[in-house]
Write a protein that binds this ligand. Structure first.
Ligand code: PEP
Ligand code: MN
Length: 341
């Protein structure tokens, strides 16, 4: 059950609703939005009488959301959510008419590398620079990222180009540190069900890019988003990055049906990662165009000035020169489906 309070509802009336929910042994999760407060009721809500709640002061309406995820559900928020990245006039909106391109290397390798790539992806038309400073590598002996130094280099690249930054956080203890530098905090596929991390991200003020677990169903993915939202951060961007199937030719199987399916189930924006989704640079262009056609809100593409020299994920990284060419095609597909890049 979701209880929607009226705009400008009095504090004591909000508290009265919260008390009633708690007295019924249910968990009230209030979300104090800029326009109105909503209270999600977690637990077996059948004990609560809808009419009683609806009759309380300052309650606008009570909605029954039967899905296990509530705040992420389309029923709760029929309009698409538009997530604002950054402040002021040069903020970037994700989830609106524009398809936002995020591009950059798999990992931040050094200052010169990230700044030169940032300049090129900016010229290509990307709005957000990607690059990992904390890398969740499958093998413990592989390059693990530059840590805070890498975050500083990303901030320097932002300073130089004006691009926003998306970068991964792998450890709940690093959320505050990464938030200090990043504009979007990325949760990688391996951490989609790290509930300690998700709850910590619920306390962050910056948006979260939640990648789909490589084994996760849509429901599990949306429940992971629900952890972040119900912990206090409504700004969740979903990212389809491919799942494990029996196919071995591609690194993962990019599930593009996820885009229209998720659009039915949730109001949250969804971005597609064709790089990890295929593991092959030759497939990136086709998957980007297909993703745009399915209605995605953004793309996150591994790109490098010298892809073959990438310290990680070289095989799936495209050159920034190729990115510039591809952007022209992306624009045409976007226009064909009523969007823009
Ligand atoms: C990445 O974006 O570099 C990354 C590690 O992605 P994923 O978590 O999808 O594997
Ligand atoms: Mn990568």
């Amino acid at each position: 059950m979701i209880i929607v309070m009226k705009q400008g509802a009095k504090k004591e009336n909000i508290e009265a609703v919260i008390d009633l929910v708690a007295k019924n042994n249910l968990k009230p999760v209030p979300l104090y939005g800029t326009e109105r407060t909503v209270i999600a009721v977690i637990g077996d809500e059948r004990v609560l009488n809808k009419d009683t709640v609806e009759a309380m002061d300052d309650v606008e309406k009570v909605m029954e959301v039967l899905k296990p995820y509530k705040l992420a559900a389309r029923e709760y928020h029929p309009e698409n959510t538009i997530i604002k990245v950054g402040e002021g006039a040069n903020c970037v909106n994700i989830g609106g008419k524009e398809i936002v391109v995020m591009a950059g290397p798999c990992a931040v390798e050094n200052k010169e590398q990230i700044i030169s790539i940032a300049k090129e992806v900016k010229k290509a038309g990307a709005k957000i620079l990607r690059g990992g400073a904390f890398k969740p590598r499958t093998a413990p002996y592989d390059f693990q990222g530059l840590g805070e130094q890498g975050l500083k280099y990303l901030a320097a690249a932002r300073e130089e180009t004006g691009l926003k930054i998306v970068t991964e956080v792998v450890d709940p203890r690093d959320v505050a540190l990464v938030e200090k530098y990043a504009d979007i905090l990325q949760v990688g596929t391996r951490n989609m069900q790290n509930y300690t991390l998700l709850k910590e991200l619920g306390k962050a003020k910056k948006p979260v890019l939640l990648k789909r677990g490589m084994w996760a169903t849509y429901k599990e993915w949306l429940l992971a988003a629900e952890y972040i939202i119900s912990s206090g951060n409504p700004n969740v961007i979903l990212c389809e990055r491919g799942i494990r199937t029996f196919e071995t030719h591609t690194r993962n199987t990019l599930d593009l049906a996820a885009v229209p399916a998720l659009k039915e189930l949730t109001h949250l924006p969804i971005v597609v990662d064709p790089s990890h989704g295929t593991g092959r640079r030759s497939l990136v262009s086709a998957m980007c165009k297909a993703a745009i056609a399915t209605g995605c809100d953004g793309l996150i593409i591994e790109s490098h000035t010298h892809p073959e020299k990438s310290v990680s994920d070289a095989e799936q990284t495209i050159s920034t020169e190729v990115l510039k060419q591809l952007m022209k095609d992306f624009k045409k597909v976007a226009e064909a489906v009523g969007r823009k890049i």
